[in-house]
Design a protein around this ligand. Structure first.
Ligand code: NAP
Length: 258
């Protein structure tokens, strides 16, 4: 019996097989979970649907988290299909490329709003609609990065969005505890994905990171997926409001390259 046997979970944020969300989905399916997915626009549907089908997905529906209408439609389909929900993975972030390079002070109002809306408010938006379905408690999980607490070159407005996201995790956890709903974040080390390729100098960051971690390596998609399994499953039943680092020990090391 897998640790997610009989559980129903939504995985939001699969763009392709390199997505962190996809690695979580693969492992959750292996542990017995029944899964639902979203996609953004027709082009992405062509990529996400065939992937989701390999995991016998029950739900593959459009959801752009900036649209309240799509949020309502998506969760009403989930309610109709499943009538309940056990866990949700929020693996979504976006910022305009222009704001992920150069000086932070140049961030425009509209780029700031967009990054915070897609990368942070969306967790509140999905939680509002998911919570009524979690009648027997549940687990919400999001993905963050150490750029929330350290000034990482070029991460800029996304660092501010991740700081707000981590705070959102704590407020939601406090809000939802009485309903038996836990809310946590995994803070992942850098991994080459579609979203990461938008960050200027990312390749160099990966090379330096590897040398500066305690484990002297970068983290893998599997490293992140396995920890996510723990947080969405009953194995972490007493854990909420946490930011759990899956970073090969980068945070606790001096960051010196040796
Ligand atoms: P990814 O594969 O590009 O995933 C990002 C996802 O966000 C995509 O599926 C993207 O869909 C989705 N998204 C963007 N705007 C959206 C919107 N308006 N509505 C719905 N979905 C939207 O990259 P990833 O690295 O796996 O990112 C997943 C999460 O992990 C993000 O929160 C990221 O910040 C976090 N993270 C990544 C790293 C890393 O180094 N890769 C490290 C720590 C944390 P579209 O492609 O269709 O826009």
């Amino acid at each position: 019996m897998g640790i997610l046997q009989g559980k129903k979970g939504l995985i939001l944020g699969v763009a392709n097989e390199r997505s962190i969300a996809w690695s979580i989905a693969r492992l959750a399916h292996r542990e017995g979970a029944t899964l639902g997915f979203n996609f953004v626009g027709e082009a992405l549907e062509k990529r996400v649907r065939p992937l989701a089908e390999t995991l016998d997905a029950d739900i593959v529906e459009p959801l752009d988290v900036t649209s309240d209408a799509q949020l309502d439609a998506f969760f009403s389909k989930v309610e109709k299909k499943w009538g309940g929900l056990d866990f949700l993975v929020h693996s979504i972030a976006f910022a305009n490329k222009a704001s992920l390079r150069g000086r932070f002070i140049e961030t425009s109002r509209s780029d700031f709003h967009l990054a915070l809306d897609v990368s942070c408010y969306s967790l509140v938006a999905v939680a509002r609609r998911a919570v009524p379905l979690m009648k027997e408690g549940g687990s919400l999980l999001t993905l963050t990065y150490i750029g929330s607490i350290r000034a990482v070159p070029n991460y800029n407005v996304m660092g501010v969005a991740k700081a707000a996201l981590e705070s959102t995790v704590r407020y939601l956890a406090s809000d939802l505890g009485t309903e038996g709903i836990r809310v946590n974040a995994v803070s992942a080390g850098p991994i080459k994905t579609l979203a990461a390729s938008g960050i200027s100098g990312f390749k160099e960051l990966l090379t330096n990171y590897e040398k500066a971690t305690a484990l002297k390596r970068n983290v893998s998609l599997d490293d992140v997926g396995k920890s996510a399994l723990y947080l969405v499953s009953d194995l972490s039943s007493g854990v909420t409001g946490e930011v759990h680092y899956v970073d090969a020990g980068f945070r606790i090391s001096l960051g010196l390259i040796r």
